[in-house]
Design a protein around this ligand. Sequence first.
Ligand code: NDP
Length: 479
Amino acid sequence: MTIKNFINGKFENPIHNHWIDNYCPANGEIYGKIPNASKEDVEKAYEAAEAAFPSWSETTLDERSRILIKISELLESNLQRFAEAESKDNGKPTSVAKTVDIPRAASNFRFFGNAITQFASESHESVGQQAMNYTLRQPIGVVGCISPWNLPLYLFTWKIAPAIAAGNCVVAKPSEVTPMTAYLLGEICNEAGLPKGVLNIVHGLGTTAGQAIIEHPNIKAISFTGGTATGAHIARIASPMFKKLSLELGGKNPNIIFDDCDYDEMLKTTVRSSFANQGQICLCGSRIFVEASIYEKFKIDFIAKVKQLKVGHPSDETTDIGALVSKQHLEKVLGYIEIAKHENGKVLCGGHQVTVEGFENGYYLQPAVIEVTTDECRVSQEEIFGPVVTIMPFNSEDEVIDMANKVKYGLSATLWTNNLKRSMKMSNKLKVGIVWVNTWMLRDLRTPFGGVKASGVGREGGFEALRFFTEAKNVCIKY
Ligand code: NDP
């Protein structure tokens, strides 16, 4: 399978004819190649986007909305094909791609197709000065969207949909590790009648194609989701060029469990918030803090449930945990298990590689639960981004808030308690962008999404995304 760049509505080979192997995590085999796009490919994509901008930015909201919703419908009617492609490329269970990734990608287009028709600007009467101000919200021009491998199409479209809904043209790069569904999206955009050049997709390395996007002088805004170190690098390059930046970065999220919670619901959801998508979700609750009074019971029940999770081939319907995304990532996660042991962490279950019959070279790992005695250890502080959680007890609200906040990240937190006052008080104190109380990853696309501290800058979602992808201009009329 050969993937190509999607530029000006056409599928093209990279200008220098350089390619990268694409691996299937489930069996470790190379199953295709993708362009190793260069600066020249990015320039070509930029030129197509720039040429499309005058017309696209003047397209009526009704027409933009109609096209975005058409893309959404086509994703839905191609659900099976996209889900299989996502699963093969990423290693996630096909069932997850089918129920989470692809439906959400379709929702992203539908949501922003509708949202743009409701996006209004403000007016301010300057009372006593006989003047009226109104705010124009104008598209920026050509914008860059760069996304990671964990939720490939889901996060790719989370950026692209608001960008084009707001009237921009896009140069986008998916992760080099998971390019497949972004490639397939090009076909669907053509079928939906998206004018050529509005969306251009280049494939390749972050350090080459990604770098060319972030340092392009005329790409005026960058929406990036990925690791914190990459985000810092992007900020160093793009900030002195005064680009608008939205950075959605890493997380090391606390899952705080009090003894007055709905225990069964908490237990079921905690298994999911720990290990969904092989623990490769920035929102996973990888640091579990349990009130001391129920700690021993939780430990027994949680481990029993985690041991039941079936690690298997992604296309097997009974699989709970598929393959990790790449060999390098598997090695990184295994490295953290060793670090945990050296730090006196106790591996209560899992943490070893698993061989799946018939797919012996796949990147499978048994989900790991590590008991720690202090939160100040590397496995509790650093983002592992795999099926690994730490657990430890706490004795008071103040103690657990302190531990929850004593980490460089600040993306999300989960609280399990039926005490309303406590949940509100703690939600105020947690230094994160998102708090879930008695649930996890329940998403309403209208809400602001993003983190604080090393988890990023800016918010996506709802009108926040449309504000990011537009420039506000004040017009003042004296009458
Ligand atoms: P990376 O930061 O390695 O990569 C993200 C994207 O940036 C990829 O497309 C990558 O390309 C590209 N890239 C790498 N270097 C550069 C560069 N110099 N200039 C421009 N682009 C570049 O992250 P991962 O793909 O490893 O994703 C995992 C990370 O993403 C985790 O830290 C996770 O927490 C975070 N994440 C955050 C979310 C949030 O909403 N806050 C949601 C999901 C994930 P390539 O793949 O070719 O290297």
